[in-house]
Design a protein around this ligand. Structure first.
Ligand code: 3HC
Ligand code: NAI
Length: 699
């Protein structure tokens, strides 16, 4: 059992021991109940301490068990907490490290609680699309007050134990230990001090009221409405806490349980749970063990102070790592540094960054025009023009000056990392680090693994990505890597939709209603339509038989590159970013349609969404099959963190699995029969076809 039982004189100690965070899985739940029974049967035992081994009291219910047989087996968490409450001897929770979700609910069922400082206390279920389902919504308001409890439950954010412990009148902790180290001894002493106390105090018996009742809960509902867009859980959290103030405890508990079970079956919760595991799995590379030694990164060099170089540098400065930026000319350096300053100053102005922190960060930044100044850098990231010849000159020079063992990274978005690596005599030290614009804001980092990239280089880059708070996903070498390779298919479909009868705003609105942050045409205007134009020009040569709508080329021929030229698919008022549908563009689309002899048809939102999303899915399946991505979850992470795919849909691959791959393939076959579409693009990837035939999902 993953809970240990020991007796220390007259106190029994039940220690949850289910690494990594003492999740309350079936074995652990059984262990707790077993420990309670042994303690009650032993006359020498006067009190019981429940605590956690390692760095956590408990991270809550074992999320891996959700949806499995084990989660249904008794004792469930309710039964465990009930066993604790009904224990004839005092039960003291000794809390440290992490006390979250079901862990906090277990602690709230104990008769007493002693906490070490520094412990993260939370009911984070809402982040999994759930609400606390083992009494958290009923007990927490009784000990910290309705408003503080609702705040914790709806935000899911952790609060430090010493902070709650210091609030006068709160009854969450009966005692604060001096330190995590002294907690075990202090918990034993506390348990002895309450050994004879009777009746035993129960949180469930405390009153639960809010002085402004109706008005407060109405206010709370209005508050969560905005933030809960697309997610049902926050509003249910309000309902459950309100029930704590209005119903008898047992009724409230029952109500909470019903809400919890209903939420567990929602696609939104499944998406968030998928995201939780996919995010953690993305940082693991199948053939790179987690104990692979990492190289020390104490100083970073960045080549190019343009759009990307500046943002990339800020990431490291924010993490306290010194950066030297190299440029060709002083003017370019001055421009780049001015942009970095402007970005930081905007944060200071908004109160998001303190002036002294800003100055500390700038003090870590140095500039140079000479490669000699990069020789002590441990990691050098190139962000110069996207031309192989320019990259070659840079990497040949780096090879001359960089110290042995320095990691040489390229931020290229389309070029072959293996060819770049071949410009050096150390291809094992070369890797792609594909940041997304604005690089200081966007979470995604595609780590491009070359043929020769050493495992310790990958391990180091993944670790440094975590340090600079990026979600790193490994991609193999291919044109566009994971994200841009897929987006090309999506853009191709967006173009066909215009040819067949849509306007840009109709397409954008449909996919934005599905939940995307921005539709393809608004996105094109933001990123610059000339980027896609350059790629298509290359494709017309490389793949002359590939089908594209010509409308995007016609748009670019009109000089409408997007926001940067004040006009793109949409019109823009000077200095504004609001997309205004453009009569001129709509006319251009119509005329092009006429020239092609196409009679426009009315296209439903459903068809728009399916064609855009399934085009991503099919290319994603190919990427998976070719081993460019090692897991479907990695592809989802790329889309969720880099391309504005709706979080509540869980990413393209998860969403396709939710729809059912059989249905996805059926729709693709239907689209392939459309003579105006590209039938070859809709040919299901063999992996997709196989999984659909076997009735399986992407793992
Ligand atoms: N169940 C199972 N595994 C869990 C877990 C949980 N509740 N919480 C974390 N883990 C696992 C992670 O999957 C990861 O596993 P891996 O090493 O195999 O990838 C490992 O623990 C470490 O997790 P992190 O990488 O997140 O480590 P951190 O130290 O950064 O964070 C944490 C630790 C703060 C506990 C964070 O993992 C977390 O927030 N966990 C989720 C906690 C949570 O949501 N609890 C509520 C569960 S639902 C519930 O209790 C229902 C109840 O109300 C009925
Ligand atoms: P940019 O044109 O804004 O900046 C490039 C900078 O590199 C310029 O300041 C230029 O003076 C400098 N430079 C050029 N040659 C140099 C050399 N030999 N030595 C030193 N400095 C040199 O370009 P941007 O947008 O920052 O792109 C840089 C790289 O990042 C490209 O490879 C691009 O494909 C990639 N990228 C760009 C993204 C974007 O959205 N802009 C997103 C992801 C990657």
């Amino acid at each position: 059992m993953t809970a240990e039982y020991q007796v220390h004189g007259d106190v029994a100690v039940i220690t949850l021991n289910n690494p990594p965070v003492n999740g309350l899985g079936l074995d652990t739940r059984r262990g707790i109940v077993d420990g309670l029974e042994r303690a009650q049967a032993d006359a020498a035992v006067k009190a019981i301490v429940v605590t956690g081994a390692g760095g956590a009291f408990s991270g809550g219910a074992d999320i891996k068990e959700f949806g499995t047989e084990k989660s249904l087996q008794e004792p469930n968490l309710h039964s465990v907490i009930s066993a604790v409450e009904n224990c004839a001897k005092p039960v003291v929770a000794a809390i440290h490290g992490v006390c979250m979700g079901g862990g906090l609910e277990l602690a709230l069922g104990c008769h007493y609680r002693i906490a070490a400082p520094g412990c993260s206390v939370a009911l984070p279920e809402v982040k999994l699309g759930l609400l606390p389902g083992a009494g958290g919504t009923q007990r927490l308001p009784r000990v910290v007050g309705v408003e503080a409890a609702l705040n914790m439950i709806v935000s899911g954010e952790p609060v430090k134990s010493e902070f709650i412990g210091a609030v006068p009148g709160q009854k969450l902790f009966d005692r604060m230990a001096a330190s995590p180290e002294s907690l075990p001894e202090e918990a034993l002493a506390f348990a002895r001090s309450v050994a004879e106390a009777r009746p035993l105090p129960l949180v469930r018996n405390l009153p639960c009221k809010h002085p402004e009742g109706d008005a407060y809960f109405q206010f709370a509902r209005n508050m969560v409405k905005g933030m809960a867009k697309n997610f049902p859980a926050p509003a249910k959290c309000v309902d459950a806490v309100e029930a704590a103030t209005r119903r008898k405890f047992a009724d409230g508990l029952q109500y909470e349980r019903e809400l919890f079970i209903n939420l567990m079956w929602t696609p939104e919760s499944r998406a968030l749970r998928h995201l939780f595991f996919a995010e953690r799995a993305a940082s693991k590379i199948p053939d790179v063990p987690s104990d692979t030694p990492k190289r020390d990164i104490k100083k970073v060099g960045v080549i190019g102070a343009g759009t990307m170089g500046g943002g990339i540098s800020m990431n490291f400065l924010n993490a306290g790592i010194p950066v030297t930026i190299l440029e060709m000319k002083q003017e370019a350096l001055d421009r780049g540094i001015a942009t970095i300053r402007k970005n930081y100053e905007a944060q200071v102005k908004k109160g998001k960054l303190k002036e002294d922190k800003y100055q500390q960060r700038m003090a870590l930044l140095s500039t140079t025009l000479s490669y000699d100044d990069l020789k002590d850098c441990d990691l050098i990231i190139e962000a110069v023009f996207e031309e192989l010849g320019v990259k070659e000159a840079v990497f040949r020079q780096l090879d001359q000056v960089a110290k042995p063992g320095a990691i040489l990274a390229s931020n290229t978005s389309t070029l072959d990392v293996d060819r770049i690596a071949a410009f050096t005599r150390r291809p094992q030290d070369v890797v792609g680090m594909h940041f997304f614009s604005p690089a200081n804001v966007m979470k995604l980092l595609e780590v491009v693994r070359g043929k020769a990239t050493a495992k310790d280089v990958l391990a180091t880059v993944m670790a440094i990505a975590k340090k600079i708070r990026k979600t790193a996903v490994v991609s193999g070498v291919c044109d566009g890597f994971i994200g841009n390779r897929m987006i090309e298919r999506y853009s191709q479909q967006a173009g066909f939709l215009l040819d067949e009868g849509c306007t840009p705003s109709q397409v954008d609105k449909a996919i934005e209603r599905f939940g995307f942050a921005m539709g393809p045409f608004r996105m094109g205007d933001l990123a610059g339509n000339d980027i896609g134009w350059a790629i298509r020009k290359r494709r017309y040569v490389e793949k002359p038989d590939m089908k594209y709508s010509k409308t995007a080329d016609l748009l670019c021929e009109m000089g409408r590159f997007g926001q940067k030229t004040g006009a793109g698919w949409y019109d823009y008022a000077p200095g504004k970013r609001d997309a205004i549908p453009s009569p001129m563009v709509e006319k251009m689309v119509e005329e092009h349609r006429k020239a092609l002899g196409i009679a426009p048809r009315k296209i439903s939102d459903e068809e728009i969404v399916q064609r855009l999303v399934y085009s991503l899915v099919n290319e994603g399946a190919k990427i998976l099959e070719e081993g460019i991505a090692s897991k479907a979850g990695d592809i989802d992470m790329v889309y969720l963190t880099g391309y504005g795919f709706p979080i509540h849909r869980g990413g393209p691959m998860h969403y396709a699995s939710e729809v059912g791959l059989f249905n996805v393939v059926q729709a693709m076959k239907r689209f392939a029969r459309n003579p105006l579409d590209d039938a070859r693009a809709w040919e299901p990837a063999p992996l997709l076809a196989r999984l659909a035939a076997e009735g399986k999902a992407f793992a």
